[in-house]
Write a protein that binds this ligand. Structure first.
Ligand SMILES: Nc1ncnc2c1ncn2[C@@H]1O[C@H](COP(=O)(O)OP(=O)(O)OP(=O)(O)O)[C@@H](O)[C@H]1O
Ligand SMILES: [Mg+2]
Length: 242
Protein backbone atom coordinates (compact mmCIF):
# COMPACT_ATOMS: atom_id res chain seq x y z
CA UNK A 1 0.00 0.00 0.00
CA UNK A 2 2.85 2.34 0.85
CA UNK A 3 6.35 2.04 -0.53
CA UNK A 4 9.32 4.29 0.14
CA UNK A 5 12.23 3.71 -2.23
CA UNK A 6 15.47 5.21 -1.03
CA UNK A 7 14.08 8.62 -0.12
CA UNK A 8 16.43 11.35 1.14
CA UNK A 9 15.91 15.00 2.02
CA UNK A 10 18.10 17.89 3.14
CA UNK A 11 16.73 21.31 4.01
CA UNK A 12 18.04 24.40 2.22
CA UNK A 13 21.75 24.26 1.57
CA UNK A 14 22.40 21.97 4.50
CA UNK A 15 24.51 18.95 3.61
CA UNK A 16 23.06 17.06 6.56
CA UNK A 17 20.31 14.73 5.43
CA UNK A 18 17.21 15.06 7.59
CA UNK A 19 16.09 11.81 5.94
CA UNK A 20 18.78 9.52 4.58
CA UNK A 21 18.01 6.71 2.13
CA UNK A 22 14.85 5.41 3.77
CA UNK A 23 13.32 2.22 2.34
CA UNK A 24 10.08 0.96 3.74
CA UNK A 25 7.06 -1.04 2.69
CA UNK A 26 3.73 -1.04 4.51
CA UNK A 27 1.08 -3.57 3.54
CA UNK A 28 -2.68 -3.14 3.39
CA UNK A 29 -4.31 -3.86 6.72
CA UNK A 30 -1.24 -2.91 8.75
CA UNK A 31 -0.96 -0.40 11.57
CA UNK A 32 2.57 0.87 11.29
CA UNK A 33 4.29 2.87 14.02
CA UNK A 34 7.08 5.31 13.18
CA UNK A 35 9.26 6.11 16.17
CA UNK A 36 12.40 8.13 16.75
CA UNK A 37 13.92 10.87 18.90
CA UNK A 38 13.15 14.56 18.30
CA UNK A 39 14.67 15.71 15.04
CA UNK A 40 15.13 12.13 13.77
CA UNK A 41 13.26 12.77 10.51
CA UNK A 42 9.74 11.49 11.17
CA UNK A 43 7.81 14.60 10.12
CA UNK A 44 10.10 15.09 7.12
CA UNK A 45 9.42 11.52 5.98
CA UNK A 46 5.68 11.93 6.50
CA UNK A 47 5.64 15.18 4.51
CA UNK A 48 7.33 13.39 1.62
CA UNK A 49 4.75 10.60 1.78
CA UNK A 50 1.81 12.99 1.58
CA UNK A 51 3.39 15.09 -1.16
CA UNK A 52 4.15 18.25 0.83
CA UNK A 53 7.91 17.88 0.42
CA UNK A 54 9.72 16.62 -2.66
CA UNK A 55 12.39 14.01 -1.96
CA UNK A 56 15.89 14.98 -3.15
CA UNK A 57 16.31 11.34 -4.08
CA UNK A 58 14.04 8.34 -4.17
CA UNK A 59 10.37 7.73 -4.77
CA UNK A 60 7.16 7.32 -2.82
CA UNK A 61 4.37 5.03 -4.02
CA UNK A 62 0.86 4.93 -2.59
CA UNK A 63 -1.01 1.89 -3.82
CA UNK A 64 1.37 1.77 -6.77
CA UNK A 65 0.89 5.46 -7.63
CA UNK A 66 3.98 7.68 -7.65
CA UNK A 67 3.13 10.60 -5.34
CA UNK A 68 5.14 13.13 -7.36
CA UNK A 69 4.10 11.95 -10.78
CA UNK A 70 0.36 11.62 -10.07
CA UNK A 71 -0.30 13.82 -7.06
CA UNK A 72 -4.09 14.00 -7.28
CA UNK A 73 -4.51 10.31 -7.89
CA UNK A 74 -2.37 9.46 -4.88
CA UNK A 75 -3.94 12.10 -2.64
CA UNK A 76 -7.41 10.69 -3.26
CA UNK A 77 -6.28 7.60 -1.40
CA UNK A 78 -4.70 9.42 1.55
CA UNK A 79 -5.80 11.33 4.61
CA UNK A 80 -3.20 13.17 6.60
CA UNK A 81 -3.36 14.56 10.11
CA UNK A 82 -0.36 16.87 10.68
CA UNK A 83 1.38 17.37 14.01
CA UNK A 84 0.10 20.94 14.27
CA UNK A 85 -3.57 21.56 13.55
CA UNK A 86 -3.11 24.75 11.54
CA UNK A 87 -6.53 25.34 10.05
CA UNK A 88 -8.56 28.25 8.78
CA UNK A 89 -9.25 30.05 12.03
CA UNK A 90 -11.98 32.31 10.69
CA UNK A 91 -14.23 29.49 9.54
CA UNK A 92 -16.75 27.73 11.71
CA UNK A 93 -16.04 24.06 12.36
CA UNK A 94 -18.88 22.96 10.13
CA UNK A 95 -17.69 25.23 7.31
CA UNK A 96 -14.23 23.69 7.48
CA UNK A 97 -15.68 20.17 7.35
CA UNK A 98 -17.87 21.04 4.38
CA UNK A 99 -14.90 22.62 2.64
CA UNK A 100 -12.84 19.43 3.04
CA UNK A 101 -15.81 17.30 1.98
CA UNK A 102 -16.17 19.47 -1.14
CA UNK A 103 -12.49 18.97 -1.95
CA UNK A 104 -12.90 15.22 -1.81
CA UNK A 105 -16.24 15.37 -3.64
CA UNK A 106 -18.14 13.62 -0.88
CA UNK A 107 -21.88 13.57 -1.49
CA UNK A 108 -24.29 15.27 0.90
CA UNK A 109 -25.85 12.27 2.66
CA UNK A 110 -22.57 10.51 3.25
CA UNK A 111 -20.90 13.65 4.54
CA UNK A 112 -23.77 14.42 6.90
CA UNK A 113 -23.64 10.92 8.32
CA UNK A 114 -19.85 10.99 8.76
CA UNK A 115 -19.79 14.48 10.28
CA UNK A 116 -22.47 13.50 12.79
CA UNK A 117 -20.78 10.25 13.68
CA UNK A 118 -17.22 11.50 14.16
CA UNK A 119 -18.05 14.86 15.74
CA UNK A 120 -20.15 13.01 18.32
CA UNK A 121 -17.46 10.42 18.87
CA UNK A 122 -14.90 13.17 19.52
CA UNK A 123 -17.40 15.22 21.49
CA UNK A 124 -17.15 18.38 19.36
CA UNK A 125 -20.65 18.26 17.86
CA UNK A 126 -21.80 21.26 19.90
CA UNK A 127 -18.80 23.33 18.86
CA UNK A 128 -19.25 22.91 15.11
CA UNK A 129 -21.18 26.17 14.78
CA UNK A 130 -18.49 28.12 16.66
CA UNK A 131 -15.60 29.85 14.95
CA UNK A 132 -12.41 27.75 14.93
CA UNK A 133 -10.31 30.50 16.55
CA UNK A 134 -12.33 29.88 19.73
CA UNK A 135 -11.32 26.18 19.82
CA UNK A 136 -8.75 24.72 22.21
CA UNK A 137 -5.73 22.88 20.76
CA UNK A 138 -7.39 19.52 21.39
CA UNK A 139 -10.66 20.64 19.79
CA UNK A 140 -8.78 21.73 16.66
CA UNK A 141 -7.02 18.39 16.62
CA UNK A 142 -10.36 16.61 16.83
CA UNK A 143 -11.81 18.74 14.02
CA UNK A 144 -8.86 17.84 11.80
CA UNK A 145 -9.29 14.16 12.69
CA UNK A 146 -12.99 14.36 11.82
CA UNK A 147 -12.19 16.02 8.49
CA UNK A 148 -9.54 13.41 7.73
CA UNK A 149 -12.02 10.59 8.24
CA UNK A 150 -14.72 11.98 5.92
CA UNK A 151 -13.24 10.44 2.76
CA UNK A 152 -12.74 6.89 4.09
CA UNK A 153 -9.01 6.95 3.30
CA UNK A 154 -7.24 3.82 2.13
CA UNK A 155 -4.09 5.13 3.76
CA UNK A 156 -4.41 7.10 6.98
CA UNK A 157 -1.29 9.05 7.96
CA UNK A 158 -0.98 10.73 11.32
CA UNK A 159 1.90 12.71 12.81
CA UNK A 160 1.85 12.38 16.60
CA UNK A 161 -1.94 12.13 16.73
CA UNK A 162 -2.29 11.47 20.47
CA UNK A 163 -0.71 14.79 21.48
CA UNK A 164 -3.29 17.03 23.10
CA UNK A 165 -6.12 14.51 23.01
CA UNK A 166 -8.00 13.68 26.20
CA UNK A 167 -7.96 10.01 27.29
CA UNK A 168 -11.39 9.22 25.87
CA UNK A 169 -10.65 10.75 22.45
CA UNK A 170 -7.29 9.05 22.38
CA UNK A 171 -9.01 5.74 23.14
CA UNK A 172 -11.59 6.37 20.41
CA UNK A 173 -8.91 7.24 17.88
CA UNK A 174 -7.05 4.01 18.63
CA UNK A 175 -10.31 2.10 18.13
CA UNK A 176 -10.85 3.85 14.78
CA UNK A 177 -7.30 3.03 13.68
CA UNK A 178 -7.79 -0.62 14.59
CA UNK A 179 -11.18 -0.76 12.90
CA UNK A 180 -9.76 0.73 9.69
CA UNK A 181 -7.06 -1.91 9.55
CA UNK A 182 -9.62 -4.66 10.11
CA UNK A 183 -11.29 -3.35 6.96
CA UNK A 184 -8.03 -3.74 5.04
CA UNK A 185 -7.04 -0.07 5.20
CA UNK A 186 -3.56 1.04 6.21
CA UNK A 187 -2.50 3.28 9.08
CA UNK A 188 0.91 4.90 9.36
CA UNK A 189 1.59 7.11 12.36
CA UNK A 190 4.45 8.64 14.31
CA UNK A 191 4.42 8.71 18.06
CA UNK A 192 6.58 9.21 21.12
CA UNK A 193 4.24 7.12 23.25
CA UNK A 194 5.93 3.74 23.47
CA UNK A 195 2.96 2.09 25.12
CA UNK A 196 0.66 3.05 22.25
CA UNK A 197 3.12 1.75 19.67
CA UNK A 198 3.69 -1.46 21.57
CA UNK A 199 0.01 -2.22 21.99
CA UNK A 200 -1.39 -0.95 18.71
CA UNK A 201 1.13 -1.55 15.95
CA UNK A 202 1.57 -4.59 13.76
CA UNK A 203 5.04 -3.38 12.84
CA UNK A 204 7.33 -0.60 13.98
CA UNK A 205 10.24 1.32 12.49
CA UNK A 206 12.68 3.35 14.53
CA UNK A 207 14.43 6.21 12.76
CA UNK A 208 17.47 8.05 14.10
CA UNK A 209 19.50 10.75 12.37
CA UNK A 210 17.46 10.21 9.21
CA UNK A 211 18.12 6.47 8.96
CA UNK A 212 15.97 3.49 9.83
CA UNK A 213 17.79 1.65 12.59
CA UNK A 214 15.17 -0.96 13.46
CA UNK A 215 12.20 -2.45 11.67
CA UNK A 216 9.83 -5.28 12.45
CA UNK A 217 7.12 -6.64 14.71
CA UNK A 218 7.47 -6.20 18.47
CA UNK A 219 8.63 -9.84 18.59
CA UNK A 220 11.30 -9.22 15.97
CA UNK A 221 12.50 -6.08 17.72
CA UNK A 222 12.63 -7.96 21.00
CA UNK A 223 14.59 -10.85 19.54
CA UNK A 224 17.22 -8.51 18.12
CA UNK A 225 17.58 -6.61 21.38
CA UNK A 226 20.19 -7.62 23.92
CA UNK A 227 17.57 -8.56 26.46
CA UNK A 228 13.90 -9.36 26.04
CA UNK A 229 12.57 -6.06 27.10
CA UNK A 230 9.96 -3.37 26.66
CA UNK A 231 9.81 -1.19 23.57
CA UNK A 232 10.92 1.74 25.72
CA UNK A 233 14.14 -0.06 26.66
CA UNK A 234 14.73 -1.26 23.09
CA UNK A 235 14.23 2.31 21.86
CA UNK A 236 16.64 3.74 24.42
CA UNK A 237 19.22 1.03 23.73
CA UNK A 238 19.10 1.52 19.95
CA UNK A 239 19.10 5.31 19.85
CA UNK A 240 21.83 5.72 22.46
CA UNK A 241 24.66 4.26 20.36
CA UNK A 242 24.15 6.57 17.41
N1 LIG B 1 11.75 23.56 7.73
C1 LIG B 1 12.94 23.11 8.11
N2 LIG B 1 14.08 23.80 7.79
C2 LIG B 1 15.29 23.34 8.15
N3 LIG B 1 15.51 22.22 8.84
C3 LIG B 1 14.44 21.50 9.19
C4 LIG B 1 13.10 21.91 8.85
N4 LIG B 1 12.24 20.98 9.34
C5 LIG B 1 13.01 20.05 9.94
N5 LIG B 1 14.31 20.34 9.87
C6 LIG B 1 15.44 19.54 10.39
O1 LIG B 1 15.32 18.22 9.88
C7 LIG B 1 15.60 17.27 10.87
C8 LIG B 1 14.42 16.32 11.02
O2 LIG B 1 13.29 17.03 11.51
P1 LIG B 1 11.84 16.40 11.64
O3 LIG B 1 10.89 17.50 11.90
O4 LIG B 1 11.61 15.53 10.48
O5 LIG B 1 12.02 15.49 12.94
P2 LIG B 1 10.96 14.66 13.79
O6 LIG B 1 11.48 13.27 13.86
O7 LIG B 1 9.60 14.86 13.26
O8 LIG B 1 11.10 15.31 15.24
P3 LIG B 1 10.01 15.56 16.42
O9 LIG B 1 9.93 14.27 17.18
O10 LIG B 1 10.62 16.62 17.25
O11 LIG B 1 8.73 15.97 15.77
C9 LIG B 1 15.94 18.05 12.14
O12 LIG B 1 17.33 18.12 12.23
C10 LIG B 1 15.36 19.41 11.89
O13 LIG B 1 16.11 20.39 12.52
MG1 LIG C 1 7.87 15.67 14.01
Amino acid sequence: MLKLEGISKSYGKSKVKAVNDVNLEVKSGEIFGFLGPNGAGKTTTIKMIVGLLKPDEGKVFVDGVNVWEEPLKSKEKISYVPDNPEIYDRLKGIEYLNFIADMYGIEKDKRKEKIEYYSKLFNIENALWDIISSYSHGMKQKLVLTSALLNDPQLFILDEPMVGLDPKSSFNLKEIMRHMCDQGKTVFFSTHVMEVAEKLCDRIAIINNGRIIALGTMEELRSSAKEKESLENIFLELTEDE
